[in-house]
Design a protein around this ligand. Structure first.
Ligand code: AMP
Length: 193
């Protein structure tokens, strides 16, 4: 079983991915985490991606598609994967369709965590303030300016994926503003459990 979690930054994709790993033995493939790992390793790719990530824009389709292609056949992915933060453009969604089809894998279950943008912005602002107050290190893109940019990029470049999957009758919409455990239950239900 492969699952795509869609939703803007702060919608809870990372949290729910961890639950899906625990509940079903799936493997989370987060392109954001992969890019941050590249950066931490000091690779050329990481250095190139840093400025783009810090500004809240998207790195090229080519880079993220090849990162997914490199990881999807790992033994840890045998039970299936959760795509977290990928695809983020219609071109990425098409490339993923082709990749899964070419490998003879089933269609993924696409789950959109739908959230109210205003509440989301307040929630993320609060998270940033709490992290600052407690001295927890923040990601370079965890600031209000970048957050607003990331939301604008989501609306412009990522939201068009929603009608793309809707047209293919693959989309399941869940209320991402519900309590975390309720969202977890709803996701399980939409996966048929
Ligand atoms: P995330 O941790 O998923 O919020 O990703 C952090 C940043 O990494 C994003 O703001 C983008 O700059 C970059 N990124 C992550 N995934 C993708 C993707 N699928 N396509 C393009 N850029 C991405």
């Amino acid at each position: 079983m492969n699952v795509i979690l869609l939703g803007p930054p702060g919608a809870g994709k990372g949290t729910q991915s961890k639950f899906l790993e625990d509940d079903f033995g799936l493997k989370q493939l987060s392109t954001g985490d992969m890019l941050r790992a590249e950066l931490a390793s000091g690779s050329n790719l990481g250095m190139q991606a840093k400025a783009i990530m810090d500004s809240g824009k998207l790195v090229s389709d080519e880079i993220v598609i090849s990162m997914i292609a490199e990881n999807i056949d790992h033994p840890g992915c045998a039970k299936g994967v959760i795509f977290d933060g990928f695809p983020r453009t219609v071109a990425q969604a098409q490339a993923l369709d082709d990749m899964l089809h070419g490998k003879g894998k089933k269609h993924p279950v696409v789950i959109e965590l739908r959230v109210d943008e205003k509440i989301l912005v307040d929630r993320i602002r609060m998270r940033i303030e709490q992290a600052k107050a407690s001295g927890t290190p923040l990601r370079a893109d965890d600031n209000e300016e970048t957050l607003l940019k990331r939301l604008a990029v989501y609306k412009e470049q990522t939201a068009p994926i929603i009608p793309y999957y809707e047209a293919k009758k693959m989309l399941h919409v869940i209320d991402g503003m519900a309590p975390i455990d309720e969202v977890r239950t709803q996701i399980r239900r939409n996966l048929g459990f």
